[in-house]
Ligand binder design. Structure first.
Ligand code: FES
Ligand code: FE2
Length: 341
């Protein structure tokens, strides 16, 4: 099996949008060759339907929500959240409603993201799969930043990039981390974990630590452990105690991958923080949201450039061997293949 033509295992929850993107105005999202229309009903609940009007096959995302029904833009047919047509404005008394039904998908909203499950409904009902948990999203001691990864490449290239921390070399100008050394590689049934020793430039222990983001002279290089984990289909990493990063995957097709990179800075080093009023901590959390945006977007841009070039080289079938020496890559590829068995 060629890793670059591996499909995804649909029996998982995938992150397709941020919560804030979904309103009563229908929105198209894409997940593994499926175009899906998402919208909120009047109670704020999110629904996901096949993005195709059964009348003339146009996208329902062009339409609007009318009293909890999704109305197609073209001739105004209306659909329930189950995908059943219940109203045609020009239906004559002699005509019956056509028995058309479009697919409806399992949708969940949690930790700031919208998750979709396209797999086997029985598997879902067994309760074994859940959307990835992101406790830092709500926790008042963590400052978040989100960056969108949108790359023309197979998702395996992205995961390999995220698991091979020797690529700190690429990001040297941002001083994200350096001198990574793989110390341990643990593979279990559904997770590959790489433990590196590395050096970090940032330390969050003073009230003015945030200034390190803007002024390199405040940064002090010091050793930290760097953990990366691929718990299929998503990724998580920690750098020392101060930083946690998630990457939520949303593969679009074999050569197009979308993903959300979420970076959290921990304020746990400030022991007296919990004594401050809740509202004030929430205010600080909201105010500082996106503080790492420039850096995160910069890292993403550099990574995308490399990942897309790998995909292009693959597409050209260069027939030249690849020399890989980081064992996490082989472990990741094995996991991707195993998920398809
Ligand atoms: S194409 Fe949707 S109502 Fe006609
Ligand atoms: Fe990177």
């Amino acid at each position: 099996m060629d890793i670059r033509t591996c499909e995804i295992n649909l029996n998982h929850w995938y992150a397709v949008a941020q919560s804030t993107e979904i309103t009563t105005k229908p929105l198209e999202v894409n997940l593994w060759y499926h175009s899906i229309v998402l919208y909120r009903d009047s109670k704020g609940k999110i629904h996901g339907l096949e993005n195709r009007c059964p009348h003339r096959q146009v996208k329902l995302s062009e339409g609007k929500v009318v009293e909890n029904f999704l109305e197609c833009a073209y001739h105004g047919w209306q659909f329930t959240q189950e995908g059943i047509c219940t109203f045609i404005p020009y239906l004559s008394e002699k005509q019956a409603l056509p028995k058309c039904k479009i697919d409806n998908y399992s949708v969940q909203e949690s930790d700031g993201f919208i998750w979709i499950f396209l797999g086997d409904k029985q598997w879902l009902e067994s309760g074994t799969v859940k959307p990835m948990s992101i406790p830092e999203w709500e926790h008042l001691n963590y400052i978040g930043t989100v960056s969108l990864i949108d790359c023309q490449a197979h998702f395996s290239f992205l995961i390999e990039n995220l698991m091979d921390m020797y690529h700190g070399h690429l990001h040297n100008n941002y001083q994200a981390w350096t001198e990574a050394k793989l110390k341990n590689l643990i593979t279990t049934e559904d997770e590959v974990e790489g433990l590196y020793e590395a050096k970090s430039y940032y330390k969050i222990d003073k009230i003015w630590s945030i200034s390190q983001l803007f002024f390199p002279r405040f940064r002090v290089l010091h050793p930290e452990s760097l953990m990366v984990s691929y718990g299929y289909p998503h990724w998580r990493s920690t750098l020392g105690k101060d930083f946690t990063i998630y990457c939520l995957l949303c593969p679009i097709n074999l050569t197009h991958t979308k993903a959300y990179l979420i970076h959290f800075t921990s304020l746990n080093a400030f022991h007296r923080l919990h004594k401050l009023p809740q509202w004030f901590r929430q205010f600080i959390k909201d105010k500082l949201f996106g503080t790492a945006q420039t850096m995160l977007d910069g890292l993403v841009k550099q990574d995308i450039m490399m990942i897309e070039q790998e995909q292009q080289a693959y597409a050209q079938q260069l027939k030249k061997p690849i020399y890989e020496i980081n064992p996490t890559i082989a472990a990741v590829q094995k996991m991707i293949k195993k998920q398809l068995e």
